[in-house]
Design a protein around this ligand. Sequence first.
Ligand SMILES: NC(=O)c1ccc[n+]([C@@H]2O[C@H](COP(=O)([O-])OP(=O)(O)OC[C@H]3O[C@@H](n4cnc5c(N)ncnc54)[C@H](O)[C@@H]3O)[C@@H](O)[C@H]2O)c1
Length: 245
Amino acid sequence: MRLKDKRIIVTAAAQGIGRATALAFQKEGAEVIATDINLKKLEELKSENTNIKIQHLDSTNKEDVEKFASTVGVVDILFHGVGYVHHGTILDCSSEEFHNSININVYSAYLMSFYLLPQMLKQKKGNIVIVSSAASNVKGAPNRFIYGTTKAALNGFVKAIAADYVKDGIRCNAILPGTVETPSWEGRVNLAEDPVQARKDFIARQAMGRLAKPEEIASMAIYLASDESAFLTGTLNLIDGGWTL
Ligand SMILES: NC(=O)c1ccc[n+]([C@@H]2O[C@H](COP(=O)([O-])OP(=O)(O)OC[C@H]3O[C@@H](n4cnc5c(N)ncnc54)[C@H](O)[C@@H]3O)[C@@H](O)[C@H]2O)c1
């Protein structure tokens, strides 16, 4: 029960890392409010674990996030997992695609933090965990131009919040996964010209020769959300099977 008495908002909780993390948080005793734009999949999560509360929330919609934050009550931890992978180089990335990735990957983190921080500050304690990526300012990955750019921005975002509120009981840390076997990753593999080869290439880039399971990312999330990591803030935590060795 490493998260007993903690009230946690999880975004992007309908599938992949967010889903595994919502389940893991609940198992550790947290009160979990799982949010996503995919209500059908949130309902599936709820039927798997009825202790998890679910809420439709578009983390890129200012009015929705503001309303959610003003009605949700006291929150101890925000785990923010919303993200989108655009495939391609700078020349494959139109202005619309550029702004779309900034909106989903960076603006969503801004909105969630902007509206949840004030009540955390009122409590003089709060904890924000952002899902970034090894593909960022840490590692240049082919065909991840705008994705890597937005994840590098999130790494700066985490450090800025950590620095501004370190004296106010607020912590902010990032998780930087390598390749994780999630439904959206499967989708990207299946879109490749040669999905069999694409799968092999994704696996090979991790020195450990395998992908991460979402549950392995959730283990790191439990640590960062719990008081065990009380002395950590502004940290960028790689969990990449040796991709960046
Ligand atoms: N899968 C990987 O290999 C990998 C590696 C590194 C980092 N990440 C990051 O981890 C996070 C989760 O990735 P994943 O692969 O587990 O997830 P995923 O792509 O499988 O699922 C993402 C979830 O986000 C939800 N979502 C999308 N837009 C939203 C919005 N505007 N508001 C609320 N919810 C929204 C989707 O409905 C979906 O349930 C992302 O930020 C991703 O960039 C993933």
